[in-house]
Write a protein that binds this ligand. Structure first.
Ligand code: BTX
Length: 326
């Protein structure tokens, strides 16, 4: 099976140019007949090829599946995505990833499914995860950082996802502190960072990522019309989820490594370039209070600074914020 996806990767990389059967045969030390058989197998999985006489095969379309082998064919990481646990339906990918992390799963292990029946956001709020439409995944990180730095990884993930979306969908999302990606003010992505830690050491971060990819408005339940949007609604085209997943894993690996080596500062600059929060008047809801103010900055630790009407500045570590549209 692995030759099949190596051949696929070659064809993906050369699109829209053809690759000859002979070339593929030479590259992998296979016969041309073997190559032809793999192409037929890929066609059965829903890939389509144009065959040009004497020139070879051009990949013309791909099924929009999140088959682990297809994700792997698109991966450009060192370790992230090496292990991918795929299920058609899960209540939520988070508890599965928690369990695996406890059992010692490696950094970069991914749990992903086509549909979540009990997807959740922060504070047990529901996360709508329609079958086949989005990316519902949890990634296990094991950064060597103290637990109090964990919340910054939500910002790291936000940057990684924003970059991945920008590369693959050609559209630039905005980051709303701390854990939402928006396009045009509508929510495209939610991030849920959960922690397994000792008092002084992070054992695992379970990074839950939900991205609305190929939804039409009808695919969303009524209660989030007016809140949610999808990449397809925003770009007018179907986005290949496997390619987007691979790209996000690439950036997640890159930026989480960079965080551990260089700290938050270089990532903070990226974060700021995507931010739609700083400079805005916002409503802040924490567990204990609600107040209004102006978001003035994030600190080098990822803490949001909010200036109140009386001039006092507050540090916000964790909250829901609403951008005031006026
Ligand atoms: P959050 O608490 O910031 O956002 C949850 C809120 O977002 C809901 O109350 C609702 O208003 C709105 N909402 C629900 N579903 C959607 C949607 N599909 N698109 C846009 N808005 C929506 C955000 O929490 C964190 C979400 C993480 C989801 C991932 S998916 C993989 C992993 N598994 C799992 O159960 N959760 C994470």
């Amino acid at each position: 099976g692995s030759y099949k996806y190596k051949i696929l990767k070659k064809l993906q990389q050369s699109t829209p140019s053809p690759v000859s059967g002979q070339q593929l045969a030479d590259d992998f030390g296979l016969s041309r007949t073997a190559i032809w058989k793999y192409i037929k197998q890929l066609e059965e999985e829903g890939y389509t090829f144009e065959t040009i006489r004497k020139k070879g095969y051009i990949l013309t379309s791909q099924p929009n599946s999140i088959d682990p082998a297809k994700i792997k064919a698109a991966l450009e990481t060192t370790t992230f995505g090496e292990t991918i646990i795929f299920e058609e339906t899960l209540a939520s990918t988070q508890p599965v990833a928690h369990q695996l992390a406890q059992e010692g799963a490696k950094v970069g292990t991914v749990v992903i499914c086509e549909e979540q029946t009990l997807g959740r956001g922060r504070m047990q709020r529901p996360w709508q995860s329609q079958k086949g439409k989005g990316i519902w995944m949890s990634v296990i990180l094991r950064p060597d950082v103290p637990p109090y730095e964990a919340p910054q990884f939500t910002l790291v993930a936000a940057v990684a996802i924003a970059k991945g979306i920008e590369d693959v969908a050609g559209i630039r999302p905005q980051i709303k502190w701390p854990n939402d990606l928006l396009i045009d003010g509508f929510k495209i992505t939610g991030i849920l960072t959960e922690l397994q830690a000792d008092p002084d050491r992070v054992n695992a971060l379970i990074m839950g990522i939900g991205i609305n990819v190929n939804h039409t408005m009808d695919d969303f339940p009524e209660e989030i019309h007016g809140i949610a949007t999808s990449l397809k609604l925003q770009t007018g085209r179907e986005i290949d989820r496997a390619v987007l997943i691979a790209r996000i894993l690439y950036y997640l690996e890159y930026y989480s490594n960079q965080y551990v080596k260089e700290g938050f500062l270089p990532i903070k600059k990226e974060w700021e370039s995507y931010s739609c929060t700083i400079g805005q008047t916002i409503k802040v809801t924490t567990l204990t209070e609600v107040f209004y103010g102006k978001a003035v900055a994030i600190t080098n630790d990822g803490v949001l600074k909010v200036q109140l009407p009386d001039g006092e500045t507050k540090s916000v570590y964790s909250a829901d914020i609403e951008l005031k549209k006026d």
